[in-house]
Ligand binder design. Structure first.
Ligand SMILES: Cc1cc2nc3c(=O)[nH]c(=O)nc-3n(C[C@H](O)[C@H](O)[C@H](O)COP(=O)(O)OP(=O)(O)OC[C@H]3O[C@@H](n4cnc5c(N)ncnc54)[C@H](O)[C@@H]3O)c2cc1C
Ligand code: FES
Length: 249
């Protein structure tokens, strides 16, 4: 059940380029499903709205997230040191729909790999296709996924590691190697759209983690609404995980 946790920052460090890794600890126990997210209250009166971040790792009393520096909030967060108190509402959203014994491929681009990390650590039979801009970004994610997946496939935009190009360039080859039951995707919208098209063409189940500008994060304000084939849906409450067939890209 979702609730407010009073947490303290254990570490908050640059992981690579403009991506930071944040680990918080709290009293009380948080249980969450891969794909769910938290709403962080930034520790300053300047920010009224919470910021949504995906769960990258969770061991009940410690939670890890990764965030890219985007605007005022994330830039401020990067300046906050360990020991600082911070509160968060969790767990939010629905999470991925995976059953025991399914063979899963995770496909992520950039910081979209963060929530997929929690999936890699939670499910048994998992491979990952990592998309990074550069070798240093790909290295970060291959280090984080190491030991949590059976096989890793890597692409970089500039070809400095793995295959040169986008995840959608390597995906057809990866899909032809093994019989996946489902592909879970998180990253920029254009990447998710292209990946979903390739996966659905093969009649494989595809779940995508959608983003929407969020205010309340609790289903009360409509700011995160998303057009789907079933009508308008709220990313924070009906998602962020959606069946890719339902999305109007
Ligand atoms: C379900 C979900 C999970 C997310 N998980 C991650 C993650 O694991 N790592 C990560 O780096 N980013 C993640 N994001 C995006 C992240 O929330 C935004 O980058 C962040 O809120 C930007 O805040 P800002 O103050 O730096 O930017 P600003 O642009 O200054 O933000 C202004 C306002 O818009 C909202 N906003 C801006 N961009 C987004 C966005 N893309 N999605 C939702 N609200 C936004 C902010 O929360 C804030 O209220 C996630 C978004 C959603 C919806
Ligand atoms: S953020 Fe308010 S309804 Fe989703």
């Amino acid at each position: 059940m979702k609730k407010i946790f009073e947490a303290h920052i254990i570490s908050n460090e640059c992981a690579v380029d403009d991506v930071y890794k944040l680990t918080v600890g709290f009293d009380g126990r948080l249980e969450a499903r891969p794909g769910q997210f938290v709403q962080l209250r930034l520790p300053s009166n300047e920010f009224t709205l919470r910021r949504p971040l995906g769960i990258a790792a969770l061991d009940g009393v410690r939670l890890t997230m990764f965030y890219r520096l985007i605007g005022r909030g994330t830039k401020f967060l990067a300046t906050v040191g360990s020991g600082t108190k911070i509160d968060l509402i969790a767990p939010l959203g629905n999470g991925f729909n995976v059953s025991d014994g399914e063979k899963i491929l995770l496909v992520g681009g950039g910081v979209g790999l963060a929530p997929l990390l929690f999936s890699a650590r939670s499910f048994n039979d998992v491979d990952v296709l990592i998309g990074g801009k550069t070798a240093s970004e790909a290295e970060l994610w291959s280090r984080e996924f190491n030991g949590a997946v059976d096989e890793m496939f890597i692409t970089t935009d500039d070809g400095s590691a793995g295959v040169k190009g986008f995840v959608s360039d390597l995906l057809p080859e990866v899909l032809s190697k093994k019989n996946y039951d489902a592909v879970l995707v998180c990253g920029p919208p254009i990447m998710m759209k292209n990946v979903a098209a390739l996966v659905l063409e093969k009649n494989i189940r595809c779940e995508v983690s959608m983003e929407g500008r969020m205010a309340c994060g609790l289903g009360a304000c409509l700011s995160c609404s998303l057009e789907t084939v079933d009508g308008r849906r709220k990313v924070c409450k009906d998602g962020p995980i959606f069946d890719a067939r339902k999305i109007i890209w």
